[in-house]
Write a protein of this length. Structure first.
Length: 525
């Protein structure tokens, strides 16, 4: 049988994953990428010898044997990349009250620390930590696409999840709503800020369960090393990537996708087209809004997006005895940005084990949510735009001085990325780096990977997977390949990369590092 050809729009992780699995199953693929490099949001860039990581905070399912670990292996992400398990998820600090709390892998310690902060909340604390403990060992599953699931698959899934179903039901409300059960304002703030306030509470519980089980990890070398490994895998499988090739239009003949037209006017044909690009651009620009229904219109008009970020990265002439994790700081003196007060910032300190800075130096990163329209309009006046970035950097450094005394004199590199920066490099709709926000309402509505009335066209990535995230978008590409195989009546094949090399999977996983004192905090305050 002649190989069918597949054009993939976008060389982010979803596009690369689609390409890898399609190549494994006998399809001939070519990816068109508008940027000069692949990886999409999963990327990093260099400034004065420092590597600024733009993506991975943590990976879920990072222990051999898990479904997600197999997914990482199959797309080649683990080859040459060491996974480093996290001992703690984040540290929450209120500068005004001096209160702080670490979400640590030691759930007994977490419960004890929360009770010390608010004895009156003991009952709710025991419930919360007990539920997190129940999610240790929860089977994260790449799974089948909903398009291929029959009644028996649903029964199997329910049986596999039988021990956790009651927790998913009980904790389906948003974290913000759940946190209101607590009397302590500090605990309410810390719980709401653990990821995004709107996310279902069960997702935070799954995260803490993964942390306690040693399944939450970061990647030595960071996001770019992770993405480059997948690019190598795709090329080894025979895939092609064409860079600096923005797609202007999906070519359609008789309601059938037949190829793409690039910005340079060239046309390229294929049997199948998969868009792993921005959902809005795909639907309303590349396809002119011709293949939508009421649900799609409602989604793009009313659904909540991940709020875009300002990210201030600093190269600091100091080494911190600390592994990478988030510090969420409730500022004593808020920042004034885009016409509003920024009361919280998330600070990341990248430890030496990630190899992102010259020896003896560190990348420190501060980020906070901001308004997309403000930055889009401001960038039209480049002097004002650059001036505002410089002002924000100065103010962020000033705030960090209170946490890390002496840091102001040690900063030798400054880089500021705005919501417009994220849009310019990735074209994600309104700078939403993970697409649709993970809310109880939006995660309960599985999205199809097709558009109504259009044949031989599929979508992969965060715009058809609310909540986004690395395992989710990798799984999305895998599922598109599964759909193609079912459609073409061929068995789906997934080839492990490390097994093909004759290497045991466990070899790339670092066991948890001991020594709690080394990981609790950068400062002693």
């Amino acid at each position: 049988m002649t190989e069918k050809s597949v054009i993939i729009i976008g060389a982010g992780l979803a596009g690369l994953s689609t390409g890898c699995y399609a190549q494994m199953n006998g399809y001939h693929t070519r990816i068109f990428e508008r940027h000069t490099r692949a990886g999409g949001v999963c990327t990093a860039w260099k400034r004065r010898g420092y590597t600024i990581d733009g993506c991975i905070h943590w990976l879920m399912g990072a222990r051999p044997g898990s479904s997600f670990y197999q997914l990482y292996d199959q797309v080649g992400a683990l080859e040459g990349n060491r996974l480093i398990p996290l001992d703690h998820y984040a540290r929450f600090v209120d500068e005004t009250s001096g209160q702080y709390l670490e979400f640590t892998a030691d759930l007994d310690r977490l419960a004890s620390d929360m009770k010390a902060l608010s004895p009156d909340d003991e009952q709710h604390i025991d419930e919360f930590v007990g539920a997190a403990r129940a999610f240790q060992g929860f089977p994260m599953d790449a799974g089948k696409p909903i398009e291929l699931m029959g009644p028996l698959d649903g029964v199997k899934q329910m049986w596999r999840m039988r021990h956790w179903l009651k927790h998913f039901t009980r904790y389906s409300m948003s974290v913000s709503a759940f946190s209101r059960r607590f009397q302590s304002p500090f605990l309410r703030w810390a719980l709401s800020g653990a990821f995004v306030p709107e996310m279902p509470t069960f997702f935070l519980l799954v995260l803490l369960g993964q942390l306690a089980a040693g399944e939450l990890a970061t990647v030595e070398g960071g996001s770019l090393a992770f993405a480059l490994a997948i690019i190598r895998r795709y090329r080894e499988l025979g895939g092609q990537i064409t860079y600096s090739a923005p797609v202007e239009e999906v070519l359609v003949t008789g309601d059938k996708a037949v190829g793409v037209r690039l910005a340079d006017g060239s046309e390229h044909r294929a049997d199948i087209v998969v868009s792993a690009a921005d959902g809005y651009s795909t639907t309303y620009k590349m396809l002119g809004g011709r293949y939508v229904d009421a649900a799609i219109v409602e989604r793009y008009e009313t659904w909540t997006l991940f709020r875009p970020l300002v990210m201030v990265s600093l190269g600091v002439k100091r080494e911190f005895a600390h592994r990478a994790a988030d510090h969420v700081i409730c500022l004593r003196h808020p920042l004034a940005v885009a016409g509003r007060q920024v009361e919280d910032i998330t600070c990341r300190v990248f430890g030496p084990e990630l190899s992102l800075a010259p020896e003896g130096k560190t990348v420190v990163q501060a980020m906070f949510e901001s308004d997309f329209d403000y930055w889009r309009e401001l960038q039209e006046d480049r002097d004002r735009y650059e001036g505002e970035k410089a002002r924000i950097a100065r103010e962020v450094i000033d705030r960090l001085e209170g946490r890390f005394p002496g840091i102001s004199a040690e900063v030798e590199m400054i880089d500021v990325a705005t919501p417009y920066t994220f849009w310019r490099y990735t074209r994600n709709h309104r700078g939403a780096y993970e697409g649709w926000l993970m809310t109880p309402e939006q995660t309960s509505k599985p999205l199809p990977k097709t558009l109504p009335g259009l044949r031989d066209f599929y979508m992969a990535g965060q715009w058809v997977e609310p909540g986004g995230g690395i395992p989710t978008v990798l799984s999305s590409g895998r599922q598109v390949a599964q759909i193609l195989c079912r459609r073409d009546r061929k068995p789906f094949t997934a080839v492990p990369r490390l097994a093909a090399l004759g290497r045991p999977q466990v070899a790339l996983y670092d066991e948890r590092l001991s020594g709690r004192e080394d990981t609790v905090a950068i400062d002693s305050k």
